[in-house]
Design a protein. Structure first.
Length: 271
């Protein structure tokens, strides 16, 4: 079966089939995006998030560890300068771990969006910041605000329409502002070794699956022209010494699980 790639319109063929959906791969060499079809309904997604991320009890998919996010944030400031005095938007904040760290680094204003109502209530209560459900609510509440930094950590793979969302985020950046994206990498060593058994394929809330080429192409279609692959060294608290050494080597080779990209504002924003 051949489908049209939802990002570039190219011909996409079935890569493999999971019990509830197929995973298709775009054949256009400039794109190579993978995507799920059929996608779950909004009601199904809400149920999945409640079950796997935000409900009571043990969660199948954990949020990023705080210590690892702190390492990313410290490395990020070496790239873009200190966060003190900056306006930051965490798009898809989850349980608010990154928001807490950004506040701790002295950001002047921290806004956040998160579609899950339980997560929004938790972050607002614990951090004392307003968390909006989506970009429409953000624009209503912050009509004039523009951001020095927008973060999307493990978010883009969940979006219904990544190009449209990225284009909206571009319009919210200050001149010389930065968009930071992190998403699972389908070219990682683990993804290649285990194939369809990779956890990010198995996750029913993931609608798109990116490698560096697919993410850069998606960003270009959204109006960003200068995406740069970023490879900070990040350790994880659950890793032993041997695994940390291996992880560091994989990060240097671009074969670890995390695809990280920094994008600066386009010329249109700088006019």
């Amino acid at each position: 079966m051949v489908l049209a790639c939802p990002v570039c319109g190219g011909r996409a063929r079935l890569a493999f089939r999971l019990p509830d959906r197929g995973v298709y791969a775009c054949g256009r060499r400039s794109c190579t995006l993978r995507f799920a079809d059929p996608q779950p309904t909004d009601d199904q997604l809400s149920a999945f998030y409640a079950q796997y991320y935000y409900g009571d009890g043990e969660h199948a998919y954990e949020n990023s560890p705080e210590s690892s996010l702190e390492q990313v944030l410290c490395a990020l400031q070496l790239q873009i300068g200190p966060l003190g005095g900056k306006h930051v938007l965490d798009f898809g904040c989850g349980i608010g771990t990154l928001c807490k760290l950004v506040l701790g680094h002295g950001a002047q204003h921290v806004d956040a969006t998160e579609p899950d109502p339980n997560a929004r209530e938790l972050v607002s209560r614990q951090l004392g910041i307003q968390v909006m459900a989506d970009l429409d609510e953000l624009r209503r509440c912050r009509p004039a605000r523009r951001y020095d930094l927008i973060t999307m950590v493990d978010v883009i793979e969940h979006l219904r329409s990544p190009i449209e969302t990225l284009a909206e985020l571009e319009s919210l950046l200050q001149p010389r502002g930065v968009l930071f994206i992190e998403t699972p990498d389908i070219d990682s060593l683990k993804a290649r070794l285990v194939g369809m058994r990779w956890g990010n394929y198995q996750n029913p809330t993931h609608l798109y699956y990116f490698n560096g080429r697919a993410l850069s192409y998606t960003l270009r279609l959204a109006g960003f022209s200068n995406a740069v692959r970023w490879r900070p060294t990040v350790t994880y608290p659950s890793h032993g010494d041997l695994r940390r050494v291996m992880q560091t080597g994989l990060q240097q080779l671009g074969l670890d699980g995390a695809l990280r990209v920094l994008v600066r504002t386009t010329q249109r924003n700088e006019r």
